[in-house]
Design a protein around this ligand. Structure first.
Ligand code: ATP
Ligand code: MG
Length: 341
């Protein structure tokens, strides 16, 4: 555990009966940090969150929060808030009553309660909606009520499990900004689960990429985006052209592959489509797909290495479907991968 760690998961193992969902997970989260958990379906994101919230007892390892071991502390004594994808608001209660619910359970009443709920609603921009019933709100507004309801409890950690996945694209973007603002203003430590790499990159201070119940990589959005450690992470963050290196050579469909530059000591190399140089180079492909994407044109090439995806400035002359095109995979523009697979 590092000195700066506020929430520590130490060799955490979680299982459903005989099914191990999370294995020996180590994670240090700093106070005030916004951490995103990113990974494919079934990799253990929700399970990890449930254990932090106290809804599931670990089969191994410990959880520490703010200096105390909370591994076996009851959920309602942990000061951990949880917001799910389904907001689980009480439909028969007003917005005010929904946000006041947990505070009332704690015995808060009168002017103190009024002020607390009012300030919670104000912080999510819903001051004018206090008297509405929750089914009379939009999806984004309901999600904000759920956020306010958790925030007023002043949790030490707020867990959000895919809170934006029920919202349409525009609302998602709005709520993303809103979440970031609320988190920065309140300074609450937040763990945010998402499938969506764009959301994770946009929101998080650090991203944890999970695979099969274990951590594949932890880093800042820049580190994850630019320096994926493995082909799994590279694939997840949009490197479309990913190759293994074996015996000092790029593993490709057929024949020898000539690249400009010496291959580094790595298990593989990954190129984003825009890192491919098209129009010249030692490699040849046939244009099998071309689509205009505003500022750029996206190409699908059939090559001896398999399918290559390239993205180039749309101002450059287009290569027509079915024509031959020369290209290069510049080694200097590739991300070297420590692990392949
Ligand atoms: N109640 C359960 N009983 C048995 N196995 C479960 C249960 N809930 C989850 N699992 C299994 O545990 C593993 C992790 O599930 P989890 O819900 O944590 O995944 P996730 O990363 O949140 O996925 P998603 O992105 O689909 O929400 C999966 O293999 C899943 O099938
Ligand atoms: Mg889940």
């Amino acid at each position: 555990m590092s000195d700066t760690s506020f929430l520590t998961l130490d060799k955490l193992s979680l299982a459903y009966g005989n099914t191990v969902a999370v294995k020996d997970l180590d994670l240090d989260i700093r106070k005030g940090e916004l951490l995103a958990l990113l990974g494919p379906s079934g990799c253990g994101k929700t399970t990890t969150m449930r254990s932090i919230a106290g809804l599931m007892t670990p089969v191994g390892g410990r959880i520490r929060l703010d200096g105390a071991d909370i591994t076996r502390v009851a959920a309602n004594k942990r000061a951990v808030g949880l917001v799910f994808q389904s907001y689980a608001l009480f439909p028969h209660l007003t917005v005010f009553e929904n946000v006041a619910f947990g505070l009332k359970l704690k015995g808060m009443r009168g002017a103190e309660l009024e002020a607390k709920v009012a300030s919670g609603l104000k912080s999510v921009g819903l001051a004018a909606f206090a008297d509405r019933k929750t089914p009379e709100l939009s999806g984004g507004q309901q999600q904000r009520v759920a956020l306010a309801r958790s925030m007023v409890m002043e949790p030490k950690v707020l867990l959000l499990d895919e809170p934006l996945s029920n919202l349409d694209a525009r609302l998602r973007l709005e709520m993303r900004t809103e979440l970031q603002r609320v988190q920065k203003e309140s300074g609450v430590t937040m763990i945010f689960v998402t499938h969506d790499q764009v959301e994770a990159l946009a929101l998080a201070d650090r991203i944890v990429v999970m695979k099969n119940g274990a951590i594949e990589q932890i880093g800042t959005p820049e580190e994850i985006y630019n320096h994926p450690v493995s082909s799994f992470v590279a694939d997840f963050v949009g490197f479309e052209n990913i190759f293994a290196i074996r015996d000092g050579k790029l593993v490709a469909g057929t024949g020898e592959v000539f690249l400009s530059g010496k291959l580094p000591e790595a298990a593989g190399l990954a190129w984003r489509p825009r890192a491919i140089s098209l129009g010249s180079g030692p490699l040849k492909g046939i244009v099998r797909g071309v689509s205009f994407a505003g500022g750029t044109r996206e190409y699908v090439l059939e090559t001896p290495l398999g399918i290559i995806k390239a993205e180039v400035d749309a101002a450059l002359p287009a290569h027509a479907l079915g024509t031959d095109v020369a290209f290069d995979l510049p080694v200097g523009s590739a991300a070297p991968l420590k692990r392949f697979g």
